[in-house]
Design a protein around this ligand. Structure first.
Ligand code: ZN
Ligand code: FE
Length: 260
């Protein structure tokens, strides 16, 4: 089993999950890089998985489906190109011989789903679209901060050796913000140096390790006293508000939205 990140647009990754001569693609915003990779590696497309309805995640779905006949699975509560099999929380798929669990992770969009492969060889794999990024999280466009926090909590509860396949290479800019929130986090400093070196070599920083994210990603650390303190100070939260998880998360997300 292999995870191949195909760069697309300015900072997207289209993930190709390869198993022997087959592959599953996740969020093909563009068809051509996927078709090229299938040809290059001699792979048959077994399925197309979609996490949410944004154009940079679905733009290539129709053409890929037409070109390969691969079945499409997508969020039941979102409008994505037909025909597709709608999936939601607790659904279980079997793809290329592997169990894939569907998780509802609303917040970035109202019906966003993630795909979790618990028994992938070596370690579990998560395809989380625009919900969790390395060092950050997606913007809350359609859901509420409470929903997004609950979604991130659900992802944070997965095994710590889970490989996290995010849909964008936002890591370095996320880590710049993370350092503003937690300037004394040594794990964050070590991880930042590691990611800077990867990017300098033109390599992706992904997949991320969930266990590392728990140590460095402020959006998974909104209950940590250092993060609460920094957010309260930045946003001027009152003594009672600063221990309200959702209020801290919302203020942290707002801080990131405004961060230059
Ligand atoms: Zn998106
Ligand atoms: Fe996106």
């Amino acid at each position: 089993m292999k995870l191949i990140s195909l760069p697309a647009f300015t900072d997207n990754y289209l993930w190709l999950w390869q198993q022997d001569a087959n592959a599953v693609v996740i969020d093909p915003g563009d068809a051509q890089p996927v078709l090229d990779a299938l040809t290059h590696h001699g792979l048959t497309l077994a399925a197309i998985l979609v996490t949410h309805h944004h154009a940079d995640h679905i733009g290539g779905v129709a053409r890929l489906h037409q070109a390969t006949g691969a079945p499409v699975f997508g969020p039941a509560r979102e409008d994505i190109p037909q025909p597709f099999t709608p999936v939601m929380e607790a659904d279980q798929l079997t793809l290329m011989g592997h169990k894939v669990q569907v998780l509802d992770v609303p917040g970035h969009t109202a019906g966003h789903v993630a795909y979790f492969v618990p028994y992938a060889p070596q370690s579990p794999v998560l395809f989380c679209g625009d919900t969790l990024f390395s060092g950050g999280c997606g913007r809350v466009f359609e859901g509420t901060p409470a929903q997004m926090l609950a979604s991130l909590d659900a992802l944070a509860a997965l095994p710590s050796n889970t490989r996290v396949c995010c849909a964008h290479e936002y890591t370095l800019s996320n880590l710049r913000f993370a350092a503003a929130v937690e300037p004394h986090n040594t794990a964050l400093q070590t991880y930042t140096a590691h990611c800077q070196s990867l990017r300098a070599q033109g390599l992706p920083t992904l997949p991320a390790q969930l266990g590392t994210e728990l140590q460095i990603n402020p959006f998974l650390r909104t209950r940590h006293p250092d993060v609460q303190h920094a957010v309260a100070h930045h946003a001027g939260l009152s003594q009672t508000t600063r221990t309200d998880d959702v209020a801290v998360f919302a203020a942290l997300r707002q801080w990131k939205n405004d961060f230059k």
